[in-house]
Write a protein that binds this ligand. Structure first.
Ligand code: OAD
Length: 246
């Protein structure tokens, strides 16, 4: 199956990859819906919302500070590095990620479509301006916006919030024109990101899924690899290299 996908890659001009928390799992970043996704007794859905922040901003910041600390200590894994090779294979390559951990960038990829923002940014909960001057946030004394005096919040997209419109528009454009689309390490449950592979497939792309567990997307995938991305992606890189040499 790897050889077949490698052959298809060689024939494709436009490649798109969508990643989710699973690509960073082997770096030690907990996924959202896995066993390790809980913090204290809370599920991410209970904390990653504007209502949670308005009700108890200190608690939400405590969680984000914990996640920031964790993310600052982890490194990209072989899956992230393997994806850097993808940009050499296609005339037009696009990486779309739901992750806020910045590990794709750390691995060396630029021009990433970040659907859910970046955890290291602080933005104003009122006017949404980014404040680059404040780095650490004290949950007991949350820094406020210099412009409007509202509290700063993390620069990520929360449940129930709109995604950055330019980023989602560009993501759909790329998905709809893709020859081959890879869905890697995402539970394919959170919309609108989950609609991207479907849009790609409906517009004629070959759909490849890499995930140790089946998802709602699996039945639609042309190729499904029940594997960890940190193991499978380097194997795919090797298969493409072999194909190029053969
Ligand atoms: P989830 O936690 O929902 O799903 C992670 C997926 O990765 C699961 O399907 C796992 O089976 C898979 N997985 C685990 N280990 C893996 C590995 N080593 N290799 C490959 N796959 C692996 O995370 P997302 O799909 O990213 O949104 O969740 C989507 C969004 O929901 C997140 O961006 C976040 C979350 O709440 C917001 O914060 C708005």
């Amino acid at each position: 199956m790897l050889k077949e996908v490698a052959r298809l890659i060689k024939k494709s001009k436009r490649g798109v990859v969508l990643t989710g928390a699973g690509i960073s799992a082997e770096s030690g970043v907990p996924t959202f819906r896995g066993q390790d996704g809980l913090w204290k007794q809370y599920r991410p859905e209970e904390l990653a919302t504007l209502n949670a922040f308005l009700a108890d901003p200190g608690l939400v910041w405590e969680w984000y500070n914990w996640r920031r600390e964790l993310i600052s200590q982890v490194k990209p894994n072989p899956g992230h590095y393997a994806l850097c090779e993808f940009r050499n294979w296609f005339e037009d390559f696009t990486l779309i990620t739901q992750n806020v951990d910045g590990l794709h960038r750390q691995a060396g990829l630029e021009d990433i479509l970040e659907l859910h923002g970046n955890i290291n940014l602080n933005i104003c909960v009122g006017c949404r301006r980014t404040d680059a001057s404040v780095t650490a946030i004290d949950p007991a004394d949350i820094a406020v916006c210099k412009h409007c005096g509202e509290k700063l919040r993390p620069g990520v997209v929360w449940f129930g919030e709109m995604l950055p419109q330019d980023v989602i528009r560009e993501s759909f454009k790329k998905a709809e024109s893709a020859d081959i689309f890879f869905s890697v390490g995402t539970s394919a449950l959170v919309h609108p990101a989950a609609a991207l592979p479907v849009a790609a497939k409906q517009n004629g792309a070959v759909l490849v899924e890499i995930n140790p567990d089946r998802t709602p997307l699996t039945a639609l995938a042309d190729y499904y690899f029940a594997a960890k991305s940190g193991e499978l992606l380097p194997q795919l890189v090797a298969a493409v290299k072999e194909e190029a040499g053969g």
